[in-house]
Write a protein that binds this ligand. Structure first.
Ligand code: FUB
Length: 448
């Protein structure tokens, strides 16, 4: 009985934790998330981000980063994410300055049956450090509960901890404070085993922070955000050993074209594909200290160099045709006649809609998994003041018309169901276009 009920109980728990996370970018839309470190533990991906919140009177500094706690999110397929809730919060860490709201970019590492969660923040006792230092909290599970150590790691001043364990079992801690530093960690993962070393071969002009180190085919890649021009871009350097000497190699992601000042990232290979986890201020375009985690695929060239990642809204993974397909997280959008807007500018967590102005407008959404069994209908959440006709095709202009949907006129959102005129099994691109010269808006579409 319990076995049969377990999936429902687990589903309900995920909902209680607020599992509004999905395949497209950003991956979490019910709260702000930043500085993602992604790790794979036992075949499942765990993302440990920071948690930006808005300053309110007496809680954090207006106009700056305000971060009280950490959540962890997990997924088996990078498309359906579970929010496991708060794992560490500032005022439950014995050494943290109360109400400092400075729980910045974290990391998590597994060793000898334990999960070690590293987080930078400010201590109450300024003889430990006048600014940021790095603490550790330990758990038996990747989702916590994490128990904070009584004191931060001795000898570390700075932010953005990152941990790497080499093939020989030696662990390293990296962090930043203007420059990037590295040191060996003891087997207990809680203390430094060597003096911090400045990784000084990196660019000397412009802030560097957020180190993320990994090894691939014997090359150690040190990746980091760096302000080469006005805002941060993601760069990398390589070495034959974990603490250098490093050689600067290039740019992984350009500066944000819309001016989000920070970027912070991690790389993960999962099921033979590399991914870049990073952030952008999608849900807060006017304030870039309220950020959201994104994922895009990353590729290495045969010589081991990293191909630049162009940020997308579509993100990674397939979208089940039977789920709500958020067309506004498009793969391509017509250059005229269609644009994306927030559903509710007063509550941006509601997400976005696609707005077609006229019959020039179309949107393309790649990677829709229609499955094998014929689907019969499509439902659109849509609104058109003067009424409209919307066409859905598979695989672009030459692909079959799946449905032509008449949207009755109205100034409220309506869910309009229409029969499919064709069905193509498998995974396809979905193209939705307006056939009317008056505006029509679509929140999502879904097939049944
Ligand atoms: O999230 C606060 C800080 O902004 C991080 O520690 C930096 O890496 C930057 O993303």
């Amino acid at each position: 009985m319990l076995n049969r009920r377990l999936p429902y109980i687990l589903g309900a728990l995920a909902c209680l934790c607020g599992g509004a996370a999905q395949a497209q970018n950003p991956i979490v839309t019910n709260q702000f998330t930043a500085d993602p470190t992604a790790r794979a533990f036992n075949g499942r991906v765990y993302v440990y981000p920071s948690h930006d919140i808005r300053a309110t009177p007496g809680h954090g500094r207006a106009g700056w980063f305000v971060m009280e706690d950490y959540h962890v999110f997990s997924s088996a397929n990078l498309t359906e994410w579970t929010d496991h809730g708060v794992i560490v919060t500032q005022n439950k860490v014995p050494w943290v300055k109360p109400d400092s709201y400075s729980m910045w970019a974290p990391d998590c590492m597994f060793r000898n049956g334990k999960y070690y969660f590293y987080f930078p923040t400010t201590p109450r006792d300024t003889t430990i450090s006048k600014g940021f230092t790095v603490g550790v909290a330990v758990s038996d599970k990747p989702t916590g509960p994490f128990v904070p150590q009584p004191l931060p790691i001795k000898g570390v001043r700075g932010i953005d901890p990152n941990v790497f364990i080499d093939k020989d079992g030696q662990a390293y801690l990296y962090w930043s404070q203007g420059n990037i530093y590295g040191a060996k960690l003891k087997e207990n993962m809680l203390e430094l085993a060597s003096e911090p070393k400045t990784l000084g071969e990196l660019p000397t002009k412009g802030l560097k922070e957020g180190p993320y180190l990994f090894e691939r085919n014997g090359t150690y890649y040190l990746t980091y955000p760096h302000v080469e021009n006005k805002t941060e871009r993601l760069e990398y350097a390589t070495s034959t050993s974990p603490l250098g000497l490093f050689t600067v190699k290039g740019v992984i992601m350009d500066e944000s074209p819309t001016g989000c000042w920070t970027n912070h990232h991690s790389l993960l290979e999962f099921k033979n594909q590399w991914y870049l986890f990073y952030h952008h201020n999608d849900l807060s375009p006017a304030f870039d200290k309220n950020r959201s985690v994104r994922i895009d695929s990353l590729f290495f060239k045969p010589d081991g160099s990293i191909q630049k990642v162009i940020p997308t809204l579509r993100g990674v993974g397939l979208t089940d045709a039977k789920q709500k397909i958020q067309l506004d997280r498009y793969s391509r959008l017509s250059s005229s006649g269609a644009n994306i807007a927030f559903l509710d500018t007063a509550n941006k967590f509601q997400g976005w809609k696609t707005v077609f102005a006229n019959n020039q407008g179309w949107v393309q959404y790649n990677g829709v998994a229609f499955g094998k069994q014929a689907l019969k209908t499509v439902t659109l959440r849509t609104m058109a003041a003067a009424g409209a006709t919307v066409q859905l095709r598979a695989d672009g202009a030459t692909g079959p018309v799946l449905a032509q949907v008449t949207v009755p006129k109205g100034s409220q959102w309506q869910e309009i169901k229409a029969p499919l005129s064709a069905f193509k099994p498998g995974t396809h691109t979905l193209v939705v276009s307006s056939k009317t010269n008056t505006p029509v808006e679509i929140d999502w579409v879904k097939f049944e």
